[in-house]
Design a protein around this ligand. Sequence first.
Ligand code: ADP
Length: 569
Amino acid sequence: MKKGLLIVGLFFLVGCSSNPQEVSVDGYNGEIVLQVKVNHDKIEEIEILQHQETQEVVEKPLQEMIDHILEAQSLNVEVISGATDTCHAVLQGIEKALLQAGFSYEQIYRPYTPIVQEATAKSKQYDVVVIGAGGAGLTAAISAAKQGAKVAVLEKMNEIGGNTVQATAMYNCVDDELQHPLGIYDSEEIFFQETYEGGHRQAKPELVRVLTSQADEGKQFLESLGLKFDTVIDNCLGGAHARGHYSLAHNGTDYIQVLKQACLDLNVDIYTNTAAHEIMKVNDTVVGVEAVNEGNKIIFEATSGVVLASGGFARNVEMRMQYNRLLTGEMLCSNARGNVGDGIIMAEKLGANLIGMEYIELYPMGDVYDGGLRNSIPNAINHGILVNYLGERFIREDANRDELSTALLNQNQGFAYSIVDDDYSNNENERIYLEGLVLMGQVYKADSIKELAKLLEVDELILKTTIEKYNQAVDEQYDLLGRETLYNKIDRAPYYATMKKPTIHHTLGGVEINEKTQVLDTQGHVIDGLYAAGEVTGGIHGANRLGGNSFPDMIVFGRIAGEQAASHS
Ligand code: ADP
């Protein structure tokens, strides 16, 4: 273990009584021990005491990040360069230390406006400027560039990908070829109805219609760019119907790789570490974006249009609590750090109407340590059950995401064990993945229900009875809790289980758009030259989102936004 790498940032040391908080977190290669000194509400010093990370890799990025935090006096920093896993671990450690020191989440993530060098302002000319390099932004950039537009994409973080890269990434669309052999019957109309009803009729029906009628075309667009889809079709968690497609990576990484490559091929300029701060309007028309890169102001002129694709606001504790007081900083969150609602705030300043802001989706099966979406048992919902701390089922596992999350939060300690037997998958990659999780200690594996009960510290008789009753429901194809997806019994060892908690996942509200993705103001009029797509928008999912619908959302509306922005004059 390396000791004594000292990365110290000093801030106002004179005359301060310090109160060091020492914490340890899991880094990329092992434990990282760090110490944070505070004085009242000031962060004075952050020191890495011990680590096993590669020195050359972590030293510069970590130093930069710590300097930034000390300057900002906030963890709401935009720059996390290189060595990302290590930086994220250190951020987690600093958060832990500050909580120990009595800071609130609001203090820890207080808004920070960097000092901008106005004098050095540069100006760049483009036809279309896209804010945000997640799935929606990159898609918009591609479709604008395909129309012949010169396009810039601005990304505030050091890396592109946003939430898209972290998602479980199922893509819902009707697909007779894969669905019929499995006895699954579907249609655009069923897809529309399930999406609209699933959102408790709070979405704008015309937007749901666009989503559900163009999802298939969106998938073909991705395939034309080189994205390969697996041949499985599945029901995403809270998905209502088995119409979910996986790309080969079974997550968002290959989407972003393919979209990025297409941008490069089409000569789209992607500016990372470049945060949009203001959307510029002249004579009622949006004409560009003011952004900041490393403290320097850059004006990106957009002669055709601006596409807002800056994602949601789940990472902004203050903003999410403004709409739902229950979503405090203590709650887990699956989102990328850049998703703090910048785009919504900028658009609102221009008069954009916001809709559905109170609908903030919790993903029921978050990782209990970091709120992420990974480390889950494959097919756990379709092939397994959920039990509470007593070992009892408490909800039909195929319920909507909002019902599942509420049911989990209502259990003692707000968690559930997800349990499957050996029949959870025939896919070799999924089986290798799960054994990896077992080795990492993320998933329990047991040769009998008795052993499983012991590992989970639940009463053996209760767990046995729960599983017997569930197996009986599968035999009879009737479940007292109302579950309809009664595919397989839990009766073949080994058994696997993991603990899951709801995590704040997707902000369903945002700027209001019409079918052409034009942003609307509070009077229902179009804001000329401004388009929006992806999680920054509201009105597409309503009050609850069907699992598997966010990917078609960003592709379908991203494509429209890019085309519209490029053809606007
Ligand atoms: P979507 O699914 O809608 O594409 P993502 O979360 O995948 O949403 O992507 C949104 C991206 O926008 C993220 O990479 C985020 O860092 C970026 N972003 C957020 N605010 C800004 C901003 N002010 N300037 C530039 N990029 C931003």
